[in-house]
Design a protein around this ligand. Structure first.
Ligand code: NAD
Length: 392
C-alpha cells in the first residue's frame, strides 16, 4: 500500500489546480493523484477551441508532476474505505490517505443506440480520435446543440468539413441563451456552412460499410463519415455515494469544500457547493470553476480555513462571436437583453425574484467583475434599470 498525506482522485484540471493549491501552503508533504485517463492532466478547453485554430498540442499539458504530485495514471478508483482511510483502484492497489479530494468530474451522457460508433467528445483521447477522423473524413454529424456541439461543429466547419448539427431544441445554446439569440445562432451557423437541424430527435444510427446513416424524426437519413455527440455529462458520484457521502446531483460540499466526511473534499464539475452570491447551492461544469475550486480545495486540505466564495465565469467562441458569462443563465425566467448591435454585441441579464442571477456579456469584454457585483446586489432591481447598466 502507498500512503499519502494528500490523495486526489481524478486527473483533470481540478486535480491539477488542487496540487498547486496544496503546494501554496505545504511544499514538502507528498501528494498522490490517481487518474483514469492515461494522459497526465491537460487543459480541456483547447480540445474544442484552440487546437482547431493552430495552437500546438504541447501547450495543453499542465505539468502536474513537476508541480509536485506523484501520478498514478490509467487507474480508476473503485472503492473508498472511510474507516480505514484507504482507496482501492481497478488494478487491486490500495492507497492510504490523511486527506482525500474527489475531483472525479463527469462522464458523457449516451444515446441508447450507436454504441462506440458515436464519439462522445470529452477527453484528449477523443480529440485525437476526432482529429484522425477529420483528417480522413469529409462529412460529420454533430448531435447536441450545447457547448460541445456548438464548439465542435464550428471547429469541424473551420476545417472545411461538411457538418450537420442535430438537436432537440429551437436553437443553439437554448439551455443558456434567450430563444431569439439561440435561433439567431442557428441561422448564423448555417451562414457559416453548417447544416442545422433544430427540433430534431436522433432516433437511430445505422452502420453502412465504413459510413453511418443518421436517422432523425421527420428527416430523410443523412449519410456521414463520423458521428460526434455532446449530450451533457453525468457527475461521477457513485464512489462518493457508495462510501456513504452526501450526494445530490453532485457531491455535496460546504463552504470549505468538505463533503459530509471531514477528511474528504470534493471540487470541480462533480461538486455541489454553496454560492453565497446566489444564496443557493450550485454545480458548475466550466474551466474557471474547475481551476478556482480545485485550488481552493487544495488549500483547504493543507489547512486554509477561509470559505470559498468565488462565483465562476465561463466563456466560448463560435466562429467570430464570443462571450463571457457569470452566474445562473436560465432563459426560462425573466430576461432583459440590452443589445448595442442585435445579437452581435450587448449584455443579457437573467433575473429571478427581483434580483440579477446571471449576466451574459456577448462580444463584451472586461465586465465579469462588474457583473459579479451586480449579481451580489440584494435588489430589488427593476428590469428598466438594467438597460445600459454594464457598458457594452
Ligand atoms: P450541454 O449541457 O452544454 O449540452 C447538452 C446538449 O445535449 C443540449 O443542448 C441538447 O441539445 C443535447 N441533447 C440532449 N439530449 C439529446 C438527445 N437525445 N439528442 C440530441 N441532442 C440531445 O453539454 P455538452 O455540450 O455535452 O458539454 C459537456 C460539458 O462540458 C458541459 O458541462 C459543458 O458545460 C462543458 N463544456 C463547457 C464549455 C465552455 O465552457 N465553453 C465548452 C465545452 C464543454
Amino acid at each position: 500500500m502507498t500512503s499519502y498525506p494528500y490523495l486526489i482522485v481524478g486527473g483533470g484540471m481540478t486535480a491539477d489546480a488542487a496540487v498547486r493549491g496544496i503546494r501554496e501552503l505545504d511544499d514538502t508533504r507528498p501528494i498522490g493523484l490517481i487518474g483514469a485517463e492515461t494522459d497526465a492532466p491537460y487543459a480541456r478547453p483547447p480540445l474544442s477551441k484552440g487546437l482547431w485554430k493552430g495552437e500546438p498540442l504541447e501547450g495543453i499539458w499542465r505539468g502536474t508532476g513537476q508541480a509536485g504530485a506523484l501520478l498514478h495514471l490509467g487507474r480508476r478508483v473503485t472503492a473508498i474505505d472511510l474507516a480505514a482511510r484507504t482507496v482501492l483502484d481497478d488494478h487491486g492497489h490500495r492507497y492510504g490517505f490523511e486527506k482525500l479530494l474527489l475531483a472525479t468530474g463527469g462522464r458523457p451522457r449516451r444515446l441508447p443506440f450507436g454504441g462506440d460508433d458515436v464519439l462522445y467528445f470529452r477527453t484528449l483521447e477523443d480529440y485525437r480520435r476526432l482529429r484522425t477522423l477529420a483528417d480522413r473524413g469529409a462529412r460529420f454529424a454533430v448531435i447536441g446543440g450545447g457547448f460541445i456541439g456548438s464548439e465542435i461543429a464550428a471547429a469541424l466547419a473551420s476545417q472545411n468539413r461538411s457538418v450537420t448539427m442535430l438537436f432537440p431544441e429551437e436553437g443553439i445554446g437554448s439551455r443558456v441563451f434567450p430563444a431569439d439569440l439561440a435561433r439567431f445562432l442557428a441561422g448564423y451557423f448555417e451562414e457559416k456552412g453548417v447544416e442545422v437541424l433544430a427540433r430534431r430527435k436522433v432516433t437511430n444510427l445505422v452502420v453502412k460499410g465504413l459510413d453511418y446513416e443518421v436517422h432523425a424524426d421527420g428527416e430523410s437519413p443523412r449519410e456521414v463519415d463520423a458521428v460526434v455527440a455532446g449530450l451533457g455529462i453525468v457527475p461521477e458520484t457513485e464512489l462518493a455515494a457508495a462510501a456513504g457521502l452526501e450526494v445530490d446531483d453532485g457531491i455535496v460540499v460546504d463552504e470549505r469544500l468538505r463533503t459530509s466526511h471531514p477528511l474528504v473534499f470534493a471540487a470541480g464539475d462533480v461538486a455541489r457547493f454553496p454560492a453565497p452570491t446566489l444564496g443557493s447551492r450550485i454545480r458548475v461544469e466550466h474551466e474557471d470553476n474547475a481551476v478556482s475550486m480545485g485550488r481552493a480545495a487544495g488549500r483547504a486540505m493543507a489547512g486554509d480555513d477561509s470559505p470559498y466564495t468565488h462565483l465562476p465565469f465561463f466563456y466560448s467562441d463560435l466562429f467570430d462571436l464570443g462571450y463571457e458569462a457569470v452566474g445562473e443563465l436560465d432563459p426560462r425566467g425573466e430576461v432583459v437583453a440590452d443589445w448595442k448591435v442585435p445579437f452581435r454585441e450587448g449584455v443579457v441579464y437573467y433575473l429571478s425574484a427581483g434580483r440579477v442571477r446571471g449576466v451574459l456579456l456577448w462580444n463584451t469584454w472586461g465586465q465579469v467583475d462588474a457583473a459579479r457585483a451586480l449579481i451580489a446586489e440584494p435588489g430589488p432591481v427593476r428590469p428598466s434599470e438594467l438597460v445600459g447598466r454594464l457598458p457594452a
